[in-house]
Design a protein around this ligand. Structure first.
Ligand code: GLN
Length: 196
């Protein structure tokens, strides 16, 4: 098993550690790679697209030749988790800011995101979340996170905060507005690994 964390910008090292912890808890063996080159993608069983700045990450994905292969992997059923900026990139539809900045979405999940919906109001906060499929609340760390405005098709909302969707799943694809890698709780990373 080889997991990859897209490491072009943003909160990648924390995801590497969270995946290692999750694997240890599940008794899984394997390695976690920091991915910057397309040839590294070929051998991966699952991928994480971290938080950061979605416009910057999208530009780097295109420039480094990672955009196309990631779309293909998502379509072919490779489990992908996108957190915060990564959640924005997984969506089919963005908001005015996504359009204005020319952010190239991966166009994989049937959802529309509002990029800074939480950020403008409250910047950063933490809130306990009820997540479908998990027992007990999950500590949601929000840092200028997006809101998933709506989902359609095969995309299902898994969690909401203040009536706004903050986590969704579509088959092999998982998106969170929050940063699961910044809490000690590895259950979202375990969800990704259980998709393998
Ligand atoms: N608001 C940022 C963006 O859309 C995401 C913030 C984050 O990933 N922490 O690019």
């Amino acid at each position: 098993m080889r997991a990859g964390v897209i490491s072009v910008q943003g909160a990648a090292p924390e995801h590497v550690m969270a995946l290692q912890d999750a694997m240890a808890r599940m008794g899984m063996h394997g390695e976690v790679a920091a991915v910057r080159r397309p040839e590294q993608l070929a051998s991966l069983s699952c991928v994480i697209i971290p938080g950061g700045e979605s416009t910057t990450i999208s530009k780097l994905l295109l420039r480094l030749g990672l955009h196309e292969p990631l779309v293909r992997m998502g379509e072919e059923g490779v489990p992908i988790l996108g957190t915060c900026a990564g959640c924005v990139l997984l969506a089919r539809e963005g908001d005015g800011e996504v359009d204005r900045t020319g952010t190239a979405l991966l166009d994989l999940m049937d959802m529309k995101v509002d990029r800074n919906a939480f950020g403008r109001q409250r910047e950063s906060f933490e809130a306990p979340l009820d997540i479908k499929g998990l027992d007990g609340s999950f500590p949601g760390v929000f840092i200028r996170g997006p809101v998933i405005e709506r989902t359609w098709g095969r995309c299902e909302a898994l969690s909401s905060h203040d009536g706004r969707i903050v986590m969704a799943r579509q088959d092999n694809l998982l998106a969170t507005s929050f940063h699961p890698e910044l809490s000690r709780d590895t259950r979202v990373h375990e969800m990704l690994l259980r998709m393998l």
